[in-house]
Design a protein around this ligand. Structure first.
Ligand code: RFL
Ligand code: PHB
Length: 388
């Protein structure tokens, strides 16, 4: 097989890249290790920056998002199980944000790919990325028991945090930055009406987050220990812990019910530099991981592939400069979100080594945020996302 761009991974990064490239007349083949049903069953992100909304709209991929997504002018932050602050993004930055699940975006991207007869291969195995420092790179894989060689001009590594593309880059030419946090998030979905707004809560019992997917589907998280398993968390224990971490005025509004999904995710920050090796370009979680506290992971995947698709289009139009600059361009935005996600995580979580002193200092940060329009503007600008 031969194509212009071989894309490894059909998560949001790989699927969107393929569709954006089509809009520039560049052809690609996307290979995905999992089945389509498996990818669509993963419950992940829920919050979109306005920048992401605009990228999807410009590509003609936003019809359902605009009909079903919930635009929010603000989010709330709570602390001490008592105090509450609302950060009004629209007033402070002129931009809102959108609550719309990654699962739905993934469905929208696959529906568009199907309608446009884009070349997506699911359930492939033994993926290898080869000869990327030559002008004849290729990707090898097994599909339906057959060994396939896919020749291409460039390879896009969009295979997430456990993929193969990052490992293709020799240790001598890459720098990796990493931070693991000593806790996880236990998340549940429940078919109950969500609160009208998102709430991020700092509490001495640990962090909590109230989010949503649609008018009858709520998403909630509580900070948990890395040693916990979902079996340790009955629905009753989950709801009791969530409500204990919220101010009473908000806890009273939470409608509880049986969970239909429950999972634990560890939190970590990771960046690889550069995001390029010869003709291999990394995008999304393959190149960087952020803790979910800042709601940036999916948004970074979208901004990466925006830059990468524009750069590849310029490359085929005879201008190599944007593709040469891709890693530097993308990394600027990546580090801004990595820093913000780390800062939000440190502000809102209980660390094992924290004493009453750190707890009190975190609360004071929130008191200051509540009192200072300048501090709120800084948070709002970063939460809604920098311009591309
Ligand atoms: P993905 O989604 O992991 O997709 C990578 C794909 O590559 C496939 N793959 C391979 N395919 C072929 N060959 C191989 N060798 C392969 N190895 C792997 C995988 O099967 C997969 O389908 O990465 P991508 O596309 O870069 O997208 C990144 C986002 O999924 C991720 O950053 C977000 O989900 C992070 N995230 C959030 N981001 C936000 O912007 N806002 C949020 O509110 C938000 N909340 C979250 C989150 C992530 C969470 N978890 C579970 C990690 C909340 C949670 C709980
Ligand atoms: C979610 O709805 O899953 C969600 C929302 C905000 C975050 C992380 C996750 O910061």
């Amino acid at each position: 097989m031969r194509t212009q761009v071989a894309i490894v991974g059909a998560g949001p990064a790989g699927a969107l890249l393929s569709l954006l490239l089509r809009r520039h007349g560049v052809e690609s083949v996307v290979i995905e290790r999992q089945t389509k049903e498996y990818v669509l069953g993963r419950i992940r992100a829920g919050v979109l920056e306005w920048t992401t909304v605009e990228v999807l709209r410009r590509a003609g991929l936003a019809t359902r998002m605009d009909a079903e997504g919930a635009v929010h002018d603000s989010v709330k932050m709570a602390w001490r199980g008592e105090d509450l602050l609302s950060i009004d993004f629209e007033r402070l930055t002129g931009k809102p944000m959108m609550a719309y699940g990654q699962t739905m975006i993934q469905e929208d991207l696959y529906a568009a790919a199907e309608a446009e007869s884009a070349n997506f291969l699911f359930g492939v195995s033994d993926v290898t990325i080869n000869d990327v420092t030559t002008d004849q790179p290729w990707v090898g894989f097994t599909a339906d028991g057959d060994e396939v060689r896919l020749d291409c001009d460039v390879v896009a590594g969009c295979d997430g945090q456990h993929g193969v593309s990052r490992g293709t880059i020799p240790a001598a030419v890459k720098t990796e930055y990493e931070k693991a946090y000593p806790f996880g998030w236990l998340g549940i979905l429940s078919e109950t009406p969500p609160l009208p707004h998102l709430i991020y809560a700092n509490h001495e019992r640990g962090f909590a987050l109230c989010s949503q997917r649609n008018p009858m589907l709520s998403r909630y998280y509580v900070q948990c220990s890395l040693d916990d398993s979902v079996d340790d968390w009955s629905d009753d224990r989950f709801w009791t812990e969530l409500l204990a971490r919220l101010p009473i005025s908000e806890a009273e509004q939470v409608v509880t019910g049986p969970s239909i999904e429950k999972s634990i995710a560890p939190l970590r920050s990771y960046v690889i530099e550069p995001m390029q090796y010869g003709r291999l370009f990394l995008a999304g979680d393959a190149a960087h991981i952020v803790p979910p506290t800042g709601a940036k992971g999916l948004n970074l995947a979208v901004s990466d592939v925006h830059y990468l698709s524009e750069a590849m289009a310029a490359h085929y139009a005879g201008d190599p400069a944007p593709l040469d600059a891709y890693s530097a361009t993308a990394l600027q935005r990546v580090w801004s979100s990595v820093r913000f996600s780390w800062w939000m995580t440190v502000l809102l979580h209980r660390f094992p080594e924290h004493t009453a002193f750190e707890q009190r200092a975190q609360e004071e940060d929130l008191v200051y945020l509540a009192a200072s329009r300048a501090a709120q503007t800084s948070v709002a600008e970063q939460y809604v996302g920098l311009d591309l």
